[in-house]
Design a protein around this ligand. Sequence first.
Ligand SMILES: C[S@@+](CC[C@H](N)C(=O)[O-])C[C@H]1O[C@@H](n2cnc3c(N)ncnc32)[C@H](O)[C@@H]1O
Length: 270
Amino acid sequence: MDDDLGAVLRHYESGREELRLSAGLGELELVRTQEVLRRHLPPPPATILDIGGGTGVHAAWLLAAGYTVRLLDLSPRHVARALADLGADGLTADVADARRLPADDDSVDAALLLGPLYHLVGPADRLATLAEARRVGRPGAVVAVAAISRFASLFDGLARGFLFDPDFRTIVRQDLADGRHVNPRDDPRWFTTAFFHRPEELRDELDAAGLAIVELVGVEGLAGWLGHLADRWTDEHARTVILEAARVIESEPTLLGLSAHLLAVGRVVP
Ligand SMILES: C[S@@+](CC[C@H](N)C(=O)[O-])C[C@H]1O[C@@H](n2cnc3c(N)ncnc32)[C@H](O)[C@@H]1O
């Protein structure tokens, strides 16, 4: 395994990320991602390949909705955790690299890439990953791809105070310059090796892989950076307001890069 992915694997095998989408405002990313996916997924029963599916955060609700899920992930820890938590009813889970999928051509109704693309720093690796998702999708299959915004570390650094640390500012300068995010001392407070996309780069990469773009949205909007909203998230009415605030600007071109995550939905064209 190359050095970049070695750092990624160490990060996930350490267990650092496992509560990311379940605590406080972390749920905003999950709920908004579900919302966008539900617009495009075929109705169950259908087979969904969850590439970089982690511990099964998305597999869980997809299984509950009646889909068959094949989860693949680089991290043996995540695959074991998904199988232990979700059981084998409707689910298979295996260790695999998104760049070389152990799946037949035209074999799935939808493919999720909610993680691997933003951990591949080299453009050829990202293209190979998108091409693999396209290869395994049946004609018309949905391919949903998450990216991290080019500006995420700048905003996160401001919101959480890391930007006042000169080491973090050095990382952010590199992120902004070319999207290559490296955490040189593997500081556990900060994210591991990644590539941070501009919205137009994500669009171009799907295009280059031959995927027809259905939509590209910002996931969390401004709310994702406002930590004080975590208290409000527990109130049902406030939650609908926060979600609407993200939804209303999700396609606004001037604000796409504001969200921590971008979500592109493509289709395999026959
Ligand atoms: C931030 S987590 C996201 C997990 C889940 N998809 C979600 O949305 O919550 C990124 C996941 O991608 C996996 N991953 C990173 N690079 C990968 C690759 N090249 N092939 C397969 N999985 C990869 C990691 O092991 C990790 O589980």
